[in-house]
Design a protein around this ligand. Structure first.
Ligand SMILES: Cc1ncc(COP(=O)(O)O)c(C=O)c1O
Length: 413
């Protein structure tokens, strides 16, 4: 099988691991624990000398199948699925950093990631140095011998900024710090971390992978699995795990101690979602581009961001990094906050809700929702203003999406 969809639909089931009843869908192994024939096999499993299942907080067959399928999807070396996108981010950062260390990131982040960096890890003594990731010199100045990683969102939510990943990756390599990329907005279908020097990719399975927002989940993927114990700063912590040290450290230590496991029911839904991900992203990206073009030509719309638009500031980077598709997110501005509220309230089909990559189109006003707890100063630095709307285009017929937007805009003074 060569094509991505064929691989995602069929997976790579080894004959020895087929379901007893040859079920064509991966069964949901909804169990907490597993039976052992004798004490010897139990001891070997606990010592990690076999891959027998012990307890579903640690490993579970349905989740393993999802991990294998996501590994195929991304062309990654390894993958660990966890309970949410935030669990993927938090487990990753905690696996690399200790009190006294620092990480480097831009302020253009999903709201909970920003809060995790600014508040949560800060209270454990890990500093986040917020820099302009579009300015390579500024990043270099911020790196010191306590810097463990650079973190970025490949396409930032909700600003839709793209960074020059190649340059940032070269800098990370030069200074021997880990580059972590959050690919939630695009997924490996649009942006392939394996083609860049990205060490760890994280994403929220909740978005495209779950098959239209059926369930919450997240993934951590590695690409340079032999690298970990070669980085002097990380050597003491990673040496004992040998090859593939990062996933082993998370899996054997951080992930099982924090307990953020993915439920087998959600893994099942996410396996179903993966089977149709390519056609959904193709169609959603087509719908999103047409919607962005419509908004751009509307007199009541002050500004539109969508990286594939011909006049987007990020068009050159989008063509290079993403090819022809930019996913479902658009942001645009109306005259005022009250105009945004009026417009959002007048929509009949598009749902007022906080998610994206759903099959349904969804809309929200970021400043008063996801970022409502941030100060005005923070919001300014994050380029979140009260005139901005985030629209996540769905899979409906494009005529219906545009009609809904068009009729609602008529009602805005
Ligand atoms: C860019 C980005 N990363 C991470 C997350 C967190 O994902 P989850 O809601 O699955 O925890 C989100 C959620 O919207 C997101 O937009």
């Amino acid at each position: 099988m060569k094509g991505l969809s064929s691989k995602l639909i069929h997976g790579q089931i080894e004959d020895s691991k087929r379901d007893t009843f040859r079920s064509l869908k991966t069964p949901i192994y909804d169990t907490a624990s597993y039976d052992f024939e004798n004490s010897e096999s139990m001891e070997q499993a606990f010592r990690g000398n076999t891959d027998a299942y012990i307890y579903s907080r640690i490993t579970n067959p349905t989740v393993t199948e999802l991990q294998n399928r996501i590994k195929l999807f991304a062309g990654a070396e390894n993958c660990l699925c966890v309970s949410s996108g935030m669990a993927a981010i938090s487990n990753t950062i905690v696996s690399i950093c200790q009190a006294g260390d620092n990480i480097i990131s831009s302020r253009f982040l999903f709201g909970n990631t920003y809060s995790f960096f600014k508040n949560t890890i800060a209270s454990f003594g890990i500093e986040t140095r917020f820099v302009d990731l579009e300015n390579i010199e500024e990043i270099e100045v911020a790196i010191d011998n306590k810097t463990r990683c650079i973190f970025l969102e490949i396409m930032t939510n909700p600003q839709l900024i793209l960074f020059d990943v190649e340059k940032i990756a070269a800098l990370a390599k030069k200074h021997q710090v880990i580059l972590i990329a959050d690919n939630s907005v695009l997924t490996p279908y649009i942006f392939q971390s394996r083609n860049y020097d990205i060490d760890v990719e994280v994403f929220s399975n909740t978005k495209f992978i779950s098959g239209g927002a059926t369930s919450i989940g997240g993934s951590v993927l590695t690409y340079k699995s032999d690298k970990w114990s070669k980085i002097p700063k990380l050597k003491p912590e990673f040496d004992k795990y040998g090859s593939d040290a990062f996933i082993k450290k998370i899996g054997k230590e951080i992930f099982r101690n924090f307990g953020g496991c993915l439920s087998p029911n959600n893994a099942y839904l996410q396996l179903l979602g993966l089977e149709t991900i390519a056609i959904r992203i193709d169609k959603i990206s087509e719908n999103a581009l047409k919607t962005a073009e419509f908004l751009q030509n509307h007199l009541k719309v002050k500004r539109v961001s969508y990286p594939s638009l011909k006049n987007s500031d990020y068009k050159v980077l989008a063509d290079k990094l993403l090819g022809a598709k930019s996913g479902c997110l658009i942001n645009f501005e109306l005259e005022s906050e009250s105009a945004c509220f009026k417009f959002i309230d007048e929509l009949k089909m598009i749902r007022r809700g906080t998610n994206f990559c759903d099959n349904k189109s969804m809309i929200l006003h970021p400043a008063s929702t996801i970022y409502c707890d941030n100060t005005k100063e923070d919001k300014d630095l994050m380029r979140i203003n009260e005139r901005m709307i985030r629209l996540a285009v769905g899979l409906e017929d494009i005529e219906d999406i545009i009609e809904d937007i068009s009729l609602a805009l008529i009602k805005v003074n």
